[in-house]
Design a protein around this ligand. Sequence first.
Ligand code: TYM
Length: 344
Amino acid sequence: MTAAKFTPRVFSGIQPSGGLTLGNYLGAIKRFVDVQNDGLKGQRFETIYCMVDMHAITATLPDPATLQKNTRELCAGFIASGIDPEKSILFNQSRVPEHAQLAWIFNCVARMGWMQRMTQWKDKAGKNAENASLGLFAYPALMAADILIYHATHVPVGEDQKQHIELTRDIAAKFNHDYGVDFFPMTEPVIEGAATRVMSFRDGTKKMSKSDPSDASRINMTDDADTIAKKIRKAKTDPEPLPETLEGLKDRPEARNLVNIYAALSDKTAEEAMAEVAGQQFGQFKPMLADLAAAKLAPISSEMARLMQEPGEIDAILARGAERAREITAPILDETYRIVGLVR
Ligand code: TYM
């Protein structure tokens, strides 16, 4: 199937589970801003960005007031980073019921075996899968619905979401095949840039994550300039100076991570960044990275704090975004129901 029949449209989502990290920023939000402003590979896109609050109740049931606060804080993070609610559609998932309605149909299309193979399910459910929620198991079908209820053609994400996008394609293909239609697109993952997998500052083989018990392992988007600089200075590294080429970083995951972060923050490729910092000692490189990170991130965190003083304004933006979202989702759900033989 060609993508030509579908409007070039980008969708992506982030869970409002509290505490955005540098990983979320470089792997996702910064890329969302770039696509909103510059398109992708010379093509313009409609851009739709979602706070996926229904996903945020799958692992545990958070306190309701905390969930609402996290949703507003995430919205503030999007706007402070440069998402313009006029240019992009910005909203929270639970305001647009078509996501859950399509997800039910996809629960009936997806196979148990497909879901059991999801590495995030295996990681999150761990040895205690019997006690995990049904929602956590079905999570990737809801994610597929998030994407396909917009007929989104492209989804920018970090490396860890790749398997879920492949599953989204499998669900679309099975639906199209079983009903003999050419209705859902084969959505492309967009996993690009130098920082598609930002690693922990304590252990370069682990992903930087808001759920890591060590606060020193990550930069939070709410950290101030001093904290950011301190965490970078203390980040684990090895005693060798930086090599001349990226090849030389092959078995040095902590050093590679810092070079990747430097590249992404300065809008360079990893190769360009490497050429610039080749041969430097960490005593020279880390302060330079700390200054760059503080200069780029501290204004975002102070703007987030300012926006959080205006919860009414944030709620109005989310309500308007949901209205615009439903102009797209309602007709696509109508047509899906017609294809399936459901009536609404
Ligand atoms: P979530 O909320 O865990 O993460 C949001 C985005 O941040 C990226 N990310 C990272 N990128 C680089 N390095 C890291 N250390 C890092 N940590 C997180 C993630 O890859 C993601 O792009 N299932 C999704 C949310 C979702 C979604 C969707 C995404 C729900 N429906 C539809 C795209 C399309 C999730 O839990 O992401």
